[in-house]
Design a protein. Structure first.
Length: 432
């Protein structure tokens, strides 16, 4: 066996897990293959919404042809943790299923896979999964894990069942990895965890960690994803207020605007408390930028509840938003105890209404950037125009621009010329 490829669904945590898995495989002498049929094909799956699971099944179906030609195909990640043997039964060409609970023993499990054993490993080891490196896929931005798992048990969410209880990575390991990333030329680090604000180690809390990371020389920007409104404290805001390299961007999932739905979701805050957190950020942090996640059509969501969500969206004017219609997830409290009683059509209509409101808000906000010059960390080629490049500014806005040379990994000054709801377009100032 000589080559491998990994297909990743889902969040940055999953992407980074794939980078760690790739590192372990490379240590075993396998080479990453960008195109064509690899000897080993791993799918890192996501279970957070029904749609991502359907995409996994579709991809698995397509891998049968590769398996017939000799590729060893396996599934890791959140769906692996949930479905275990069931996946092997459904897809006879699958050779292994490994859940995040077993990643701490991944090296030895992969040895068994490489020796030809058909493996299912989803035991909860409850330890922190530390690897001696990661085969980073992204230029410029290094993902750094700081915690994993979730103890919140929001009623719609499968995460506590796929990622387990919270585990925190020790402070010195985090700082070491950030320093190494800077030495390797990364300009930005993203501190990752399902609930970064609840990170703790010995006497240190998350804001201590931010304070230590920001003092590491050579870092342009530090971001952290994802926050939970309940744990997002004044101390964190005060560190953010110190400015660069900490960026003024917070991902603060609202999920729903009405107190009734927030209670049914077991989010642990009210609309008023959420708005107070937003106020605190806006008051103290220069240029603050807030992103959010929203679910529409949660059980018992009536028109009036949905209007409350729209109200909050209008009030806060989020800088970006990911929005979803509710789907019941295995093991979650809502799937067991509540009927999925908002009709599909209603969910679809609410989602469209929410998204068009948000697009209007984003367009208005983005237009205020036209004529300004912003710093952009170039992360790759533009999605729409492969001749152009893309990056993000300090507020996490996507900026597309053209450049005569390849500036990936560099921070450039870009003058903004146009704004759309989802991105900005500009030109390089003083292109040497
Ligand atoms: N249905 C719809 N969206 C969900 N999310 C999590 N669980 C569900 C579900 N059962 C959304 C939340 C979360 C994001 C990662 O996915 O908004 O913040
Ligand atoms: Fe899921 Fe809630 Fe935990 Fe986020 S905080 S991972 S939504 S249970």
């Amino acid at each position: 066996m000589r080559t491998f490829a990994i297909h990743t669904f889902g969040c940055q945590m999953n992407e980074h897990d794939s980078e760690k898995i790739a590192f372990l495989l490379k240590e075993k002498g396998l080479l990453p293959l960008e195109e064509g049929r690899p000897d080993l094909f791993i799918i890192n799956s996501c279970a957070v919404r029904e749609k991502s699971v359907q995409k996994l099944y579709a991809l698995l179906g397509r891998t049968r042809k590769w398996a017939e030609k000799g590729t060893v195909v396996g599934v890791v990640g959140c769906v692996a943790q949930l479905e275990r043997e069931k996946l092997l039964r459904h897809f006879p060409h699958l050779r292994f299923v490994i859940g995040p609970g077993s990643y701490p023993s991944l090296t030895s499990i992969l040895d068994r896979v490489l020796q030809g054993e058909r493996v299912v490993e989803t035991r909860w080891e409850g330890k922190w999964w530390e690897t001696s490196g990661a085969l980073r896929r992204r230029p410029a931005v290094a993902y750094v894990n700081i915690m994993e798992g979730c103890d919140k048990f929001c009623t719609y969410c499968v995460v506590p069942f796929t990622r387990g209880r919270e585990r925190y990575r020790p402070l010195p390991w985090i700082l070491d990895e950030v320093k190494r990333a800077v030495d390797q030329g990364y300009r930005e680090v993203q501190l990752l965890g399902q609930n970064v604000d609840s990170w703790r180690w010995e006497k240190y809390r998350f804001w201590h960690l931010l304070d230590k990371v920001r003092k590491i020389p050579g870092l342009k920007w530090v971001r952290f994803i994802t926050s939970h409104p309940r744990d997002f404290t004044r101390e964190i805001v005060e560190i953010m207020a110190e400015g660069e390299p900490i960026t003024p961007y917070v991902h603060l999932p609202l999920q729903a605007g009405s107190d009734k739905i927030l209670r049914l979701m077991r989010r642990g805050y009210t609309q008023k408390e959420f708005l107070q957190k937003v106020e605190m950020i806006r008051e103290k942090v220069n240029n603050s930028s807030i992103g959010t996640d929203i679910i529409v059509g949660f059980p018992y969501e009536e028109e009036e509840d949905f209007r409350q969500t729209l109200q909050v969206v209008k009030k806060v004017k989020f800088d970006n938003m990911y929005s979803f219609h509710y789907s019941p997830r295995p093991f979650s409290y809502a799937a067991r105890e509540f009927p999925d009683n908002v009709p599909k059509e209603v969910k679809r209509r609410r989602l469209l209404e929410l998204q068009s409101l948000q697009a209007e808000i984003q367009l208005k906000k983005n237009r205020t950037f036209v004529g300004k010059t912003v710093e952009v960390l170039t992360t790759g080629r533009s999605v729409k125009d492969p001749q152009a490049f893309m990056g993000r500014d300090i507020t996490y806005r996507v900026v597309n621009f053209s450049c005569r040379r390849n500036p990936i990994g560099e921070v450039l000054k870009i003058k903004i010329l146009e704004a759309g709801p989802h991105s900005l377009k500009g030109e390089v100032v003083d292109e040497g």
